[in-house]
Ligand binder design. Structure first.
Ligand SMILES: Nc1ncnc2c1ncn2[C@@H]1O[C@H](COP(=O)(O)OP(=O)(O)O)[C@@H](O)[C@H]1O
Ligand SMILES: [Mg+2]
Length: 266
């Protein structure tokens, strides 16, 4: 993904976001910008609050303080929230597919929900995105009949069918073996380049993040502890950041080893 000029105007500005559950503070004071057209990766340990952060931004969770601006306007305003909802999509960590609907129907649903255009126009768009994600031959199957990699691709197809300008990916390759992970990840990268949407990518995979991101955020203990380019993230000698990088790499190596006995079919 080509990094855009860093002076692109921000599509999102996150300011002093706070969120606690009972007595556990998850987001203490989170602050960052997302430049239009950028790929911003959010890294952090499991349980740090990456998913909570995305949910707070899109309004699935209420925040305890702070605010988010979308194109300079506060998402506290219902009409601004509605504009964000119309022009963005979300790939959930657990896919959130509709089990009783076919692949085709799953992808059709967001178009129907938005209610713009005709059924014929929707079907053209669905067929096009299914072909792009190599799922056209599975269009009459149900999610439970698909492999993990295909389910992820379906979740991506459903997110992209509405041609969003902003896409939130919550660990789009988590739980996949290395082969499937690479296939899904390269498709996401190609699609981002083709369509030029702004992407916010939550991942625990440092290598993935370094390859694609215009900007890396490292979330730790409820704050953004690093916000900068991939190269300076890699070069940072800050002890805690180094420890995070090393632990993640060790975990990745162990996972790859334990999965190498499987021979996946995509
Ligand atoms: N709805 C909720 N109610 C209570 N605690 C929650 C809720 N959602 C998340 N949490 C807690 O917030 C913390 C951060 O969770 P999460 O954002 O899912 O982490 P991750 O960085 O792995 O995505 C965890 O301790 C989790 O248990
Ligand atoms: Mg998460």
């Amino acid at each position: 993904m080509t990094p855009p000029p860093s002076d692109n105007p921000p599509i999102l500005e996150v300011r002093h976001l706070r969120k606690s559950f009972a007595d556990r503070t998850v987001l203490a004071d989170v602050d960052f910008d997302v430049p239009t057209g950028a790929v911003v990766s959010i890294l952090g340990r499991s349980g740090t609050g990456k998913s909570v952060l995305l949910k707070c931004i899109i309004g699935l969770l209420e925040t305890d303080g702070g605010h988010v601006l979308y194109k300079g306007e506060s998402l506290k305003l219902p009409e601004v929230r509605s504009r964000l909802r119309q022009s963005s999509s979300y790939v959930f960590q657990q896919n959130a597919l509709f089990d009783s609907a076919t692949v085709f129907e799953n992808v059709l649903l967001p178009l129907r929900a938005r209610g713009k255009g005709t059924r014929e126009e929707w079907e053209v768009k669905v067929r096009k995105v299914l072909a792009r994600l190599e799922l056209e031959e599975s269009s009459e199957r149900y999610p439970a009949e698909l492999s993990g990699g295909m389910q992820k691709r379906l979740a991506v197809a459903r997110a992209l069918v509405t041609e969003p300008e902003l896409v939130f990916f919550d660990e789009p390759t988590a739980g996949l073996d290395p082969l499937r992970r690479n296939a899904v990840f390269s498709m996401v990268c190609e699609l981002q380049r083709e369509r030029g949407f702004t992407a916010i990518l939550v991942t625990h995979d440092v290598q993935e993040a370094l390859v694609v991101s215009s900007r890396i955020l490292w979330l730790d203990a409820g704050r953004v502890r690093f916000n900068g380019e991939a190269a300076s993230f890699e070069a940072s000698q800050e002890p805690e950041l180094r420890e995070f990088r090393d632990n993640i790499e060790a975990l990745r190596a162990t996972l790859q080893k334990s999965r190498s006995s499987h021979s996946p079919t995509l």
